[in-house]
Write a protein that binds this ligand. Structure first.
Ligand SMILES: Nc1ncnc2c1ncn2[C@@H]1O[C@H](COP(=O)(O)OP(=O)(O)OP(=O)(O)O)[C@@H](O)[C@H]1O
Ligand code: SF4
Ligand SMILES: [Mg+2]
Length: 320
């Protein structure tokens, strides 16, 4: 099957500090990241804070420019298409943020917010508009009677439902959900996750689901990709990643889950994540890896195909 989204060797760095004698110092936050999302698939992206998850989400939507690499969406190379084509494609690629409040204008009613999204792409104009707004509210489990309310009149979970309705309004093929449930209470989190799962089943939409919480990612994803310091550590089917991780970093993330915290064989992560300005040589995870060997410092482990849709970037096959 042709992937809906195909990203190859995406790298991104940001300038840091003041300009010195030799120009600005650069901090590399993505290191040759490749990924693909099939039509109707949910790919989960997990990693600690600062690992580069949001940078991937933004680069995929071309909200920021990558240094190198390619992004193909629906068969088109986003780096070479015209501005007009990119504008058209934007309808098919939406994003939902962690804090919908920050992206909802407090002065606008929900009717205005959703209408604006439809107007941008000239969808459901005229008499069809009212039916579409009712349909969108129903889809996300909100009463259409709330259409004339403003964002502050809703709870956090309800506001996130509005964010989802706004993303769905233009019938996209793909949504980046960037920490979309992270700010919600656990019970509300489960409701919003269930809603996203139902909408996926109903519409066949694809998601890139970003979270620092592996248990949340696993719940909704078909496949999971694990990121550390801007580098892909492991990729595989969600359940296999959870029950049989092959990379020490994934195993450490799973060991840190609250339900497993008291098990004796868990892998403990020691030390802080290194700064992206001074990453370890060779394997970027080596300064915190309990299995590191001298050889791990020498070369960057390639992302190897382990069969059955699993990939890992670790030189050792004797540990997990
Ligand atoms: N505009 C920017 N300018 C400079 N550095 C940036 C910029 N945006 C992100 N960074 C840095 O890039 C790195 C990756 O950031 P990113 O936001 O992608 O991480 P993340 O995995 O989404 O983290 P979080 O879980 O905290 O949201 C971080 O070190 C961050 O400080
Ligand atoms: S390559 Fe070495 S340091 Fe990196 S995860 Fe594997 S064992 Fe650990
Ligand atoms: Mg982020």
């Amino acid at each position: 099957m042709t992937p809906l989204l195909e990203v190859q060797n995406l790298s991104k760095s940001y300038p840091v500090g003041r300009k010195g004698l030799f120009g600005k110092r650069m901090m590399q936050v993505l290191r040759e990241v490749s990924l693909s999302v099939q039509p109707g698939e949910v790919l989960g992206l997990v990693g600690e804070s600062g690992s580069g998850k949001s940078t991937i989400g933004k680069a995929v939507l071309r909200l920021i420019e990558a240094d190198s690499g390619t992004v193909r969406f629906d068969g088109q190379d986003l780096s070479t298409i015209s501005h007009a084509d990119l504008r058209r494609l934007r309808k098919d690629m939406q994003i939902i943020f962690q804090d919908p409040y920050a992206s909802l204008d407090p002065r606008k009613t929900i009717r205005a917010v959703l209408s604006e999204a439809l107007d941008t792409h000239k969808l459901h104009m005229g008499t069809a508009r009212a039916d579409r707004l009712t349909e969108l509210m129903t889809m996300v489990g909100l009463s259409p009677a709330f259409l004339d309310r403003r964002p502050h009149e809703f709870s956090g979970g309800q506001r996130q439902r509005i964010g989802i309705a706004r993303a769905l309004a233009v019938e996209p093929k793909f949504i980046v959900c960037d920490e979309a449930v992270s700010a919600l209470d656990v019970s509300i989190q489960a409701q919003v996750l269930n809603l996203l799962a139902d909408l996926r089943a109903m519409t066949g939409i694809s998601l890139l689901f970003i979270s620092h919480d592996l248990s949340v990612v696993r719940y909704i994803s078909d496949r999971v990709m694990v990121l550390y310091l801007g580098k892909v550590m492991e990729v595989g089917p969600a359940d296999q990643i959870h029950f049989a991780p092959r990379h020490p970093y994934t195993a450490a993330l799973i060991s840190a889950e609250p339900s497993l915290k008291h098990e004796s064989n868990r892998i403990r992560l020691t030390g802080e994540i290194p700064s992206p300005l001074t990453p370890p040589s060779g394997c970027v995870f080596r300064s915190r890896c309990p299995y590191a060997l001298p050889a791990c410092a020498e070369t960057v482990p390639p992302l190897r195909d382990m069969g059955e849709g699993r990939l890992k970037a670790c030189i050792r096959d004797d540990i997990l």
